[in-house]
Write a protein that binds this ligand. Sequence first.
Ligand code: SAM
Length: 364
Amino acid sequence: MSRADDAASSAASAIDSGVDAGPSRDQDIQGHNLLQAGPESDEASTDTDEGYADSDASSFLSSILSEVRRGVEIEGRLYPTYGKHEYGMPIDEKELDRNDLQHHKYTLLLNDRLFIAPISEETLNTASNHILDLGTGTGIWAIDMADKYQAEVLGVDIAATQPPFVPPNCQFEIDDVEEDWPYRLDHFALIHGRDLSMTAVRDWPRLINQARSHLQPGGWLQLASTIPDIHTDDNSIPPNSGYVEAGRLYFEMAEKMGTPLDAPRKWAEQMRSAGFVNVQDVVYKLPMGPWPRSKRLRTVGRLEQIMILEGGFEAYMLRGYTQVLGGRPEDLQIILALARRELRDPSVHTYVHYHVTYGQKPQH
Ligand SMILES: C[S@@+](CC[C@H](N)C(=O)[O-])C[C@H]1O[C@@H](n2cnc3c(N)ncnc32)[C@H](O)[C@@H]1O
């Protein structure tokens, strides 16, 4: 079947990634409402035209920059302050470590690939071509792409959590991807967005339409994310599962935040509606522990397990549980403790779906 034929297929192709248990289970800076006019008279201030003295300008800028960088603290975790909407996950050191671990996990799950959209090596190795990474986080994907290929990589995020020393063909900017994009039209060869369905993006059709406008003809958009409802092929989810309850709360909270967690299931259709061709939705089984038979997937499962045991659940749920659902942090900890116990149990063989959805802007 040609790729054009593939585009006609609307069904997601679930990859059987060999996930079966083995015999030996080793197992406001936005402040929209704050925009008020100041006094009209010049006498009101001895400052310059801009409303602040020259000598204060740099401290004004640095205090804004430091606010963007510093974020706001809630229940001991740090969250970004920049952006049109509130983002549900933290941006502190702990989260950045988790972000990097996730990168290794996803790359391994894709068989050591940074993306699966069928874009040519030649395109990526043309220095005049451009790649955009939306919600780049620590920039780890963008940096790996810039190391591997010659195209210029731009990573954008609402938080300045990227390292200062990067390959010469990689740069980072602070941007809210839910706003109008300030980039050139028909410009990028590849636009990539990973793990943005978890309380980062609300209006996917708008984002997908913007991506189409900013891709060069023939360019590719690839979106990827996990949907955190658990599955099992051998009925090994325990009754009264803590994980199922945590998942239920997480879906409820994300729904209330306007970022439904099942958004990836709609991406393929939204891409087709936006005029993309050769659209594919590839669904991987992501094991939630080191129970699969395949060595590669055991490692993926181990990384998923470590990610969750080391605070992944908390990262996903703390802000929403306390601020959106009005729950108490200590109650959340009880539910999560139950879920963590299941995760360590080698007789529980659960997995989540990781969607990788890509599409191409037509050549003409
Ligand atoms: C879970 S992290 C994923 C990071 C990266 N894409 C990866 O896969 O390694 C989500 C990132 O999206 C950023 N983010 C959230 N909302 C955003 C928005 N509206 N515009 C730009 N970035 C956003 C967060 O600051 C965070 O760094």
